[in-house]
Design a protein around this ligand. Structure first.
Ligand SMILES: *Cc1c(COP(=O)(O)O)cnc(C)c1O
Length: 215
């Protein structure tokens, strides 16, 4: 691969949605430490099960990330469960997460999910609303904004995603010029992670390429 990137710059998030606890444990035995889930309820059960395995097998540095859409009414549980929430896409959700994090005595790490294409079905904040959201989050004491995330429209051909990854990178550059730090770029999945890494991803979210096809 010709990305000219250092491996330590790119974190692998093993996406464990629909994956049974035994396979998650096996992934931990193989050295994976960062796990991504799409749904709060499924994660709640799995993180509980994993807790006892972690205790007996002694894994350190395990993190759980929420990569799927989050409804405001699940913010409280999400704050209890996740080290990083990749999918913040509204001021309402950010404010609720901040409120719940304050109550829990936690500073919640988050990414803002950007919507780069006009698809109604995709979540994420529109480009022209991105900066106001980030300015608002900056004023919330119990949130730590770590960066941006995006999911390009699905295409068989990974090259089709390149323009979207470039766009997210440039959005981050422009926000950096405004003084926001934003170290993380969460982009790239099983079929397009190589392109995402070439375009500057710091986190790739990989499910099927690790665990096989989901049912
Ligand atoms: C399921 C999912 C992934 C992983 O997808 P694969 O194609 O299985 O690698 C990554 N990101 C998000 C947001 C997902 O929902």
């Amino acid at each position: 691969m010709k990305a000219d990137r250092c491996p330590s710059e790119v974190k692998l998030i093993a996406v464990t949605k629909t994956v049974g606890i035994e396979a998650v444990a096996e992934a931990a035995r193989c050295g994976l430490r960062l796990f991504g889930e799409s749904r709060v309820q499924e994660a709640f059960a799995k993180i509980g099960q994993f807790g006892s395995i972690q205790k007996s097998e002694g894994y350190l540095g395990v993190e759980w990330h929420l990569i799927g859409h989050l409804q405001t009414n699940k913010a409280k549980l999400a704050v209890q469960l996740f080290d990083l929430i990749h999918s913040v896409d509204s001021i309402t959700l950010a404010e609720e997460l901040d409120r719940q994090a304050a109550k829990a005595g936690k500073v919640q790490k988050i990414l803002v999910q950007a919507k780069l294409a006009e698809e109604d079905t995709k979540h994420g904040i529109k480009e022209n609303e991105l900066k106001p959201l980030i300015e608002r989050i900056n004023g919330l004491k119990n949130l730590e904004l770590r960066g941006l995330m995006a999911i390009p429209p699905y295409s068989e051909n990974a090259e089709d995603a390149r323009g979207y990854f470039k766009r997210l990178y440039l959005l981050r550059e422009s926000l950096r010029n405004d003084g926001f730090l934003l170290p993380e770029l969460s982009m790239g999945m099983s079929h397009d992670f190589e392109v995402a890494i070439q375009e500057g991803a710091t986190m790739v979210r990989i499910g099927t390429a690790i665990f096989g096809e989901r049912e």
